[in-house]
Design a protein around this ligand. Structure first.
Ligand code: ADP
Ligand code: MG
Length: 745
């Protein structure tokens, strides 16, 4: 070993080797009997782990002594002083000498008694323990006595004969300098946050269970008590006075019981918070046979029900008191009796869990659920997103670009070159524009009031609206009106919650139908979206036609396309007046598309889809029959305005590949030092501008789905009967069943 730690550094292996060569022979250590004072101090450290555990033991003693008033004073988090005073039955004079010896108790005499024990203490260890780790003074007086006695204790022994003294009814136990002889414990406790809040919490718990006892707790020297409860007959009053009105007014009473002696026998009653109670952490106050205990399994079971049924109120306040036959509870599993184990624990927990669940579901359905739907923007899924806007505003995708770009570059030429997206045509509505459009809507509303038959005159439109209004699915209507939007599950399906059911809803189908319905309802009363630069129909149609058959190349083909485009332009020019008047689609005399209708307020369609729409107007509309004509135009608009996934692939998934620059791979091939090539590849790996565009488009769409589509559907939408069966709505799970699965995980 000496050599190993020589002047110069020695490899570690050397040391090991040397040790292996010359192992030190160790004799087994000799077993000795520990001194009793050491044993007692070790045991004391177990029972009294920290100041709050001493307070708990003292309060339990006071409760065992039938007190009706218990007050606690604490100094320095309990390290300097803990003083518990009660008005209980007191302690006999002749018991004082052995009061603090280990295993002296008035509550248990033989092991069988443990089976039926009702008192909180029984081990006769608490007071003894405290005298091993602190200095104790006891003052007590029994009923009918003229004076009381005071005695001090150290290491389990009464120091002197008890001294007569003046006293009020009951017992006062004072523990000073806790852990004075356990330096490490004292240091860690001094360094950690002090125990006073824990003591306040403890007293609060006792106070709402033992409502016929008044409790108070204050810091030494403080005039005001931090817990102050008066004896009452109403549990709710007690909770109100201790935990405050905000807790008390959001509670639901709960009860459960079982009397099948074959499985489990218990009775539970308590209060649990409803969906309006939003806590920072779960508060579970649990008493089993009037003992304040913890039961991790029950707590978890309740927590699971809350997060499944009331995700936004998933940190509940719970008070439960469970009474069981005392022979079913093993109170002796923990030195401080903090944890207990129950016979039939699993069955009991399951029964309590399902009671909690049905109480929550009922209260949810009749009242609170609606309140949860109001602010879908703060739904938990949303909140976890990094960049979720605080005040939701659409991501800016409409900022007009300053440079003017030739039209053929502005529009998408093919899906691999989406550089010129039509957003450039869009004008951010200046305020005067907004005024104008609201003015227009007021005018049209007035016109309609003066002339109520104006729209009704067009019976074909009215017929189409009637079809919508008479053929909807009432169950789906209810779902849509009362659902909470959770988030997008993939590019097409949104996850929504209705009561305790989860659904996947196809937002493309839904938005298409909603737009269609809105076109018919707003028929002839549209506000306008103004394109900043009118787009020539010819360019739009050519784009759309090229898109239709990408592989067909050649002059001949081009000529054909031009011919088709020309025909369509003529047709649309011819219909321009009608398109403008009824649908707000404005085509000027030069054959440029300059305005589109507002179908849902604040929503502008994806301008990449304009070419397709124009072609669809030319090709797919039946202009002969009025009713079919209106229907097909409304459908074309519906398809155009629907919330399709943006044409740019979603960069947040595998779509990211799409934005890799091709140049970066050239760079690799071009040679040069490997490092240079790597650097270049890193620098220009992605087409940042395009990537930003794509991110914008996807974020904008998601925003629109949440803030425009779902709210508008709640107001206007009549879901088609077919939507229940054609995959537009798919019920994925019911939460009651899910939490049973979560529980097993
Ligand atoms: P245990 O509570 O397990 O019996 P303790 O060490 O806590 O053991 O208390 C020992 C005994 O002292 C109790 O059994 C009880 O008789 C008596 N005692 C303790 N505190 C009080 C009190 N506040 N009022 C009356 N008697 C008390
Ligand atoms: Mg006790």
């Amino acid at each position: 070993m000496e050599a190993g730690s020589a002047e110069t550094e020695q490899p570690l292996e050397m040391e090991v080797e040397e040790e292996e060569i010359a192992p030190i022979y160790k004799e087994p250590p000799k077993i000795k009997r520990l001194e009793e004072s050491v044993v007692n101090r070790i045991a004391a450290g177990e029972v009294i782990q920290r100041p709050v555990s001493a307070v708990k033991e003292l309060i339990e003693n006071s409760l065992d002594a039938d007190s009706t008033s218990i007050s606690v004073v604490v100094k320095d988090g309990g390290l300097k002083l803990i003083q518990v005073s009660d008005d209980g039955h007191g302690i006999r004079y002749e018991d004082l000498p052995i009061l603090c010896e280990r295993h002296t108790t008035s509550k248990l005499s033989n092991f069988e008694d443990l089976q039926t024990i009702q008192s909180m203490g029984f081990r006769g260890e608490a007071l003894a323990s405290m005298t091993y780790v602190g200095h104790m003074t006891v003052t007590t007086i029994m009923k009918g006595q003229l004076h009381g006695y005071r005695a001090t204790y150290r290491d389990g022994v009464m120091e002197q004969e008890p001294k007569p003294c003046a006293a009020v009814k009951g017992t006062q136990i004072m523990v000073e300098n806790l852990f004075y002889n356990m330096i490490a414990r004292r240091k860690t406790l001094q360094n950690s946050a002090d125990d006073y809040p824990k003591i306040v919490d403890l007293l609060s718990r006792f106070a709402i269970h033992h409502i016929n006892v008044s409790f108070s707790c204050r810091k030494h020297g403080a005039a005001r008590a931090d817990v102050h409860s008066v004896a009452t007959s109403s549990r709710l009053d007690a909770i109100r006075s201790v935990y405050g009105v905000s807790v008390a007014r959001n509670l639901i009473k709960i009860e459960a019981f079982d009397d099948e002696s074959s499985s489990s026998v218990f009775k539970m009653e308590g209060f649990i918070s409803n969906s309006n109670y939003i806590g920072k952490k779960i508060t579970m106050v649990l008493f089993i046979n009037n003992r304040l205990v913890e039961c991790g399994a029950l707590k978890r079971a309740v927590e699971i029900v809350y997060s499944a049924t009331l995700p936004k109120a998933s940190k509940p306040f719970i008070y439960m008191s469970i009474i069981l036959p005392s022979e079913h509870v093993d109170v002796n599993v923990h030195p401080t009796k903090r944890e207990v184990s129950l016979l039939h624990q699993e069955i009991i927990i399951e029964k309590i869990q399902s009671t909690v669940e049905s109480r929550l579901r009922n209260s949810n359905e009749c009242r609170t659920f609606q309140e949860q739907t109001v602010d879908a923007s703060t739904s938990s899924l949303r909140a976890t997103q990094k960049d979720s806007p605080k005040n939701p505003t659409p991501p800016s995708s409409q900022t007009p670009k300053s440079e003017k770009v030739p039209v053929h570059k502005m529009v998408r030429i093919d899906s691999l070159d989406p550089a010129g997206r039509l957003h450039a045509y869009l004008q951010a509505t200046p305020s005067s524009q907004a005024d104008k459009s609201s003015l227009a809507s007021i005018r049209s509303a007035i016109r309609q009031r003066r002339n109520p038959r104006e729209t009704a005159d067009l019976t074909s439109v009215q017929e189409l609206v009637n079809i919508i209004d008479s053929n909807y699915h009432s169950g789906l209507l209810d779902t849509i009106r009362n659902c909470t939007y959770i988030g997008m599950a993939d590019e097409v399906f949104a996850l929504i919650q209705h009561n305790t059911h989860l659904y996947l809803a196809n937002v493309v189908n839904l938005s298409k139908e909603l737009m269609y319905q809105q076109v018919l309802r707003r028929f002839a009363h549209f506000n306008a979206i103004q394109l900043s630069d009118p787009a020539p129909l010819a360019d739009l149609l050519m784009l759309a036609l090229k898109e239709e058959d990408l592989d067909a190349e050649g002059e001949e083909n081009y000529d054909l396309k031009e011919k088709i485009a020309e025909m369509n332009i003529q047709l649309l020019k011819q219909k321009a007046e009608m398109l403008q008047e009824y649908f707000g689609i404005h085509i000027d005399t030069n054959g440029n598309l300059s305005r589109l209708p507002v179908i849902l307020d604040q929503y502008t369609p994806d301008m990449d889809r304009v070419p397709e729409f124009v072609l669809c107007l030319g090709n797919d509309v039946d202009w002969d029959d009025e009713k079919i004509c209106f229907q097909t135009i409304a459908a074309a608009l519906g398809n155009f305005y629907a919330m399709h996934p943006p044409l740019l692939p979603n960069p947040s998934g595998e779509g990211l590949q799409f934005y890799k620059r091709r140049v970066s791979s050239n760079c690799h091939q071009a040679g040069g030092s490997l490092k240079d090539a790597d650097d270049a590849a890193v620098e220009s790996e992605y087409d940042d501008e395009l990537l930003a565009d794509a991110e914008n488009a996807w974020a904008h769409r998601e925003w629109s789905i949440q803030h425009i589509l779902f709210p508008s559907m709640r107001l206007f939408f009549k879901p088609l009967t077919s939507m229940a069966s054609n995959g537009t709505f798919v019920r994925v799970a019911s939460l009651e069943k899910l939490y049973k699965i979560f529980e097993r995980c």
